[in-house]
Design a protein around this ligand. Structure first.
Ligand code: NAD
Length: 445
């Protein structure tokens, strides 16, 4: 499952062709290595507003070095700008004034994060314009920054100033390698507080995480990353995949349930299992998913029904049963796996895209209703290199891989790291978000 184009452009002949033909030139992205510091370099902090004063302290607590004044000749791994104090369209000039002189000092796989106030929480038309404008700014900068760097906008609701740590740790580190051009909302729905994270290296210590579709692909990587971060993983997969599932959970010192999540009694069996063996569950990741592609004109009933059943109806029923039985502990996390197809649509995927947009609907419905610090969010992966995408015809695969700001496909670990950020006890104020893990794909942007 190597990216042959990426190897080619790194070769001497490839380099010449890329330069002369203007071909996309993907760079190898930095990815998080267990035990390494979160950020390999300095983060330059600037801007004005409610957050800037505390940012150096927040970063310091995360083990991240920061500077508040740009120095001649210095280079930076991250640029963090507080834009919450920009309250008129004219104020937006502060973005140019901060970023333009330092953009060339941003290292490869650099991180840019702009903090704003949720537009719905602004108090004047001028302020709403300025805050909403940040979205156009960050999404454009994401498309032009290049060299594996990413750009995000984080809207922080008033009162949620102390709940940004887990999000900054994720967005400033290589854990967010394939996440760019995203808008994250903190404190928009439910609580504006966050639980402190006792051990930054093992933020999920003591937590029990249920992961469906865990035997391979993205699900396997989710299980591995949640385990790395300290969780006990309970993997779920169909009985046919039981041997791979058992081997994985054995390696991770976890537990498993071999069942089809669409079975009538699956929600009850899962709830009974986690209550009896673990006293409940803290993190539920609805990763299991299938495709049964056909154009709608040729769509048979069973293709439609099975995709809806696995991808959205089962997650809804399982979540409802776990909540009903109080099997999800306080400060629990429910995490859905949507897809870029559910946002942009895709030929031959009316069933799949409907099911994945339905996952977003599930997030929107439950986020305002959940109590006890329980949150629900979803990831929407773009082109992720797995067995599923290896089966896609070459030309389609090439287009899928190149049509994003990183000019390459993502890895299962990129989806897993995003899920682990949602799962963190520090992410209680991160509720109701759908974050794309798509390298800022041009489709449906
Ligand atoms: P995959 O086919 O490699 O893995 C899916 C897993 O889910 C398998 O282990 C499978 O046995 C399990 N599963 C399927 N039906 C099940 C059922 N009824 N009960 C229990 N387990 C079941 O797929 P993947 O590429 O790893 O995708 C994982 C998730 O990510 C899916 O929800 C998929 O739709 C989504 N996704 C993937 C991509 C991508 O590019 N690979 C892009 C967007 C979204």
């Amino acid at each position: 499952m190597t990216d042959r184009y990426q190897s080619f452009v790194a070769s001497p002949v490839g380099k010449i062709l890329v330069k002369n033909l203007g071909l996309p030139s993907p760079v190898a992205l930095d990815r998080y290595v267990e035990g390494a510091p979160l950020v390999d370099g300095t983060v330059l902090v600037g801007g004005r507003g409610r957050l800037v004063e505390h940012l150096p302290e927040t970063l310091d607590a995360l083990g991240i070095t920061s500077a508040s004044l740009a120095e001649e000749g210095a280079s930076y791994k991250g640029l963090l700008f507080d834009a919450t104090g920009l309250t008129t369209p004219e104020d937006l000039r502060a973005l140019r004034d901060f970023f333009t002189p330092v953009l060339r000092s941003l290292k490869a796989s650099g991180r840019i994060v702009v903090l704003g106030t949720t537009p719905a929480d602004t108090t004047s038309t001028d302020e709403r314009i300025a805050q909403r404008a940040l979205e156009g700014f960050t999404r454009s900068l994401g498309k032009e920054v290049g060299r594996g760097s990413t750009v995000q906008l984080v809207y922080v609701a008033p009162g949620a100033e102390n709940a940004v740590d887990s999000t900054l740790a994720f967005l400033l580190s290589p854990k967010s390698a394939y996440v760019s051009g995203q808008v994250v909302r903190i404190g928009a729905t439910g609580t504006t507080e966050a639980e402190p994270v006792a051990d930054l290296a093992k933020p999920l210590a003591g937590k029990v995480a249920l992961v469906t579709g865990a035997s391979r692909g993205i699900g396997e990587q989710i299980a591995r990353v949640l385990h790395r971060d300290g969780a006990t993983v309970v993997g779920v997969d169909v009985p046919q995949a039981a041997s791979d599932l058992v081997a994985l959970v054995k390696e991770l010192d976890g537990d498993h349930i071999a069942l089809d999540i669409t079975a009538k009694d699956a929600p009850q069996r899962i709830a009974q299992h986690v209550l009896a063996k673990h006293g409940g569950v803290d993190i539920v990741v609805h990763n299991a998913g299938i495709t049964r592609d056909k154009k709608l004109a040729n769509m048979k009933e069973d293709r439609w029904d099975s995709v809806i059943a696995v991808n959205v109806a089962a997650p809804e029923r399982i979540t409802a049963e776990l909540l009903e039985q109080k099997a999800i502990r306080p400060n629990g996390r429910v995490i859905g796996v949507a897809s870029i197809a559910g946002i942009a649509g895709n030929v031959g995927q009316t069933n799949y895209a409907a099911s994945k947009a339905g996952v977003i609907g599930l997030v929107e419905a439950l986020a305002p209703e959940l109590t006890d610090g329980i949150t629900i969010n979803a990831v929407a992966p773009g082109f992720i290199i797995t067995q599923m995408t290896a089966a896609v015809p070459f030309a389609t695969r090439e287009v899928g891989q190149r049509l994003n700001a990183m000019a390459q496909g993502g890895l299962p670990v990129d989806v897993a790291e995003t899920i682990s950020w949602f799962a963190s006890p520090g992410s209680t104020a991160v509720n109701g978000n759908v974050v794309r893990v798509c390298g800022q794909m041009m489709l449906g942007a």
